[in-house]
Ligand binder design. Structure first.
Ligand code: ADP
Ligand code: MG
Length: 141
């Protein structure tokens, strides 16, 4: 059975542009519950750890620089089929290929600065949630 949790980040440019409220409102309207949330500025070291799975990719350096450049919002979202539904809701990695009405279509600037992160599997959702949040910081079950 699919898990009920996914991990999202609102990326630095979207926070800086003042879009965090709009994005969080859309997330709630789409039926996700916020189980944990915080604003945090990642160090370059932390960004590299979070995206370690991509360390061989050519975009790893610029991505981790960008992600540690300003504060982000990290949140654990809860909903049936959370990982898949959230990926659908945010749209394709490249905002120009994302469907109309998706978060990345609306708020993404380019393939790197694509407004939000969404976990790609239940297993990674758990790992990513543990990266940001202790048990004490989680609510609603
Ligand atoms: P997603 O976030 O859709 O799961 P990936 O896991 O493949 O995408 O990549 C992680 C992040 O790395 C993307 O959200 C994006 O910020 C960045 N990224 C991915 N592919 C590219 C690319 N070709 N050029 C620049 N940045 C990229
Ligand atoms: Mg990914």
């Amino acid at each position: 059975m699919a898990g009920r949790e996914t991990l999202t980040m609102i990326k630095p440019h979207a926070v800086e542009n003042g879009n965090m409220g709009n994005i969080l409102a859309m997330i709630l309207d789409a039926g996700f519950t916020i189980k944990a949330i915080k604003m945090v500025k990642l160090s370059l070291h932390q960004a590299k750890e979070f995206y370690k799975i991509h360390e061989e990719r050519e975009f790893y350096g610029p991505l981790t620089e960008f992600m540690s450049n300003g504060p982000i919002i990290a949140a654990i979202l809860e909903k049936d089929n959370a990982v898949e539904d959230y990926r659908k809701f945010i749209g394709s990695t490249d905002p120009t290929k994302a469907e109309e009405g998706t978060i990345r279509k609306l708020f993404g600037k380019n393939t790197r600065e694509n407004a939000v992160h969404g976990s790609d599997s239940d297993e990674n959702a758990l790992i990513e949630a543990d990266f940001f949040f202790s048990k004490m910081e989680r609510y609603y079950n």
